[in-house]
Design a binder for this molecule. Structure first.
Ligand code: C2E
Ligand code: MG
Ligand code: MG
Ligand code: MG
Length: 281
């Protein structure tokens, strides 16, 4: 079957592909250009201690400053980037960029917290992944404890033996690991016990549904208990209302993240807000 392997394929695609597939192909070309022309940017969303409210970290979230379509969220391009394999280059850029930014914050005395970077399955499975993490830290004179790698539950469980190996290597160099979207995929509790991770992020879906009944309260309570039994830090993401915040705090979640507490912002705005908060308190 035909592959978009080179320029010569485009005439073929133009005459035979449907509009949807053609749009995907255009998007893929756009994505390649975006990497070359540095059109990606990282936004940072703060994470706060549920108890006390001080900042404990930030999650780096990619955005694409598209020249004609404006600012695009990952939902518009990460799927295709993963399908095409381009995600490896994109995630490498994200890691370097985040570490460079962290290095600046660290040198300026801001960084008494962690920055979390999302990593796709394909990136995690690259043989040189852990080496590249270590290199990015060293190049920016950054202690490893300031970096967290977020992987999804589904990724971790997909090939558990391979995941354990990579996660152990990350733990060995001192980088934290977080299981993202926990509860949304297939998880084996037996495997979870064996994964060297530091943090569970309760999937936004459960937090979202909190006002609609007891089931989601029970699920969150069970995840918190499980995480505590395993010695993991529990993060709730997608906190949008004061009611959710109050419930999650009462459930003994450790960390809260969500639009109620702070939206993802460009680095300068993020650090500006933080400085503002510090002088106000
Ligand atoms: P995620 O890692 O679970 O990130 C959390 C998502 O929830 C972010 O969406 C964030 O903006 C959004 N969010 C945070 N608080 C709230 C809230 O209170 N309400 C609602 N409705 N949403 C909230 P975003 O930035 O669109 O990212 C979506 C997903 O794209 C991420 O989910 C992550 O899986 C992926 N992603 C983002 N950046 C990267 C990256 O650099 N590399 C890779 N491989 N994936 C990334
Ligand atoms: Mg994440
Ligand atoms: Mg998540
Ligand atoms: Mg996600």
């Amino acid at each position: 079957h035909a592959k978009a392997s080179g320029k010569n394929d485009f005439s073929f695609f133009n005459t035979t592909m449907n509009a949807g597939a053609l749009a995907q192909l255009n998007l893929l070309q756009d994505l390649r250009r975006a990497l070359q022309q540095d059109e990606f940017v990282l936004y940072y969303q703060p994470k706060f201690a549920a108890n006390g409210g001080q900042i404990v970290g930030a999650e780096a979230l990619i955005r694409w400053r598209h020249p004609t379509r404006g600012l695009l969220a990952p939902g518009a391009f990460i799927g295709l980037a993963e399908k095409s394999g381009l995600i490896v280059e994109i995630d490498s850029w994200v890691l370097k960029q985040a570490c460079q930014q962290m290095g600046e914050w660290y040198a300026e005395g801001y960084l008494d917290w962690c920055v979390a970077v999302n990593v796709s399955a394909l990136q995690l499975s690259q043989p040189r992944f852990v080496d590249s993490v270590q290199a990015a830290l060293e190049q920016n004179a950054l202690p490893a404890k300031h970096l967290i790698i977020e992987i999804t539950e589904t990724m971790a469980m997909n090939d558990v033996d391979a995941s354990i190996k990579v996660l152990e290597r990350l733990a060995n160099i001192g980088v934290g690991v977080s299981i993202d979207d926990f509860g949304s995929g297939h998880s084996s509790l037996l495997y979870l016990k064996n994964l060297p991770v530091n943090e569970l992020k309760i999937d936004r879906g459960f937090v979202n549904e909190l006002q609609h009944g007891a089931a989601d309260e029970a699920i969150i309570s069970a995840i918190v208990d499980l995480g505590q039994a395993l010695g993991l830090r529990i993060v709730a993401e997608g906190v949008e209302t004061a009611e959710q915040q109050a419930f999650l705090s009462s459930m003994k979640c450790d960390v809260l993240q969500g639009f109620l507490l702070g939206h993802p912002l460009p680095a300068e705005d993020f650090i500006g807000k933080l400085a503002e908060k510090r002088t106000a308190s």
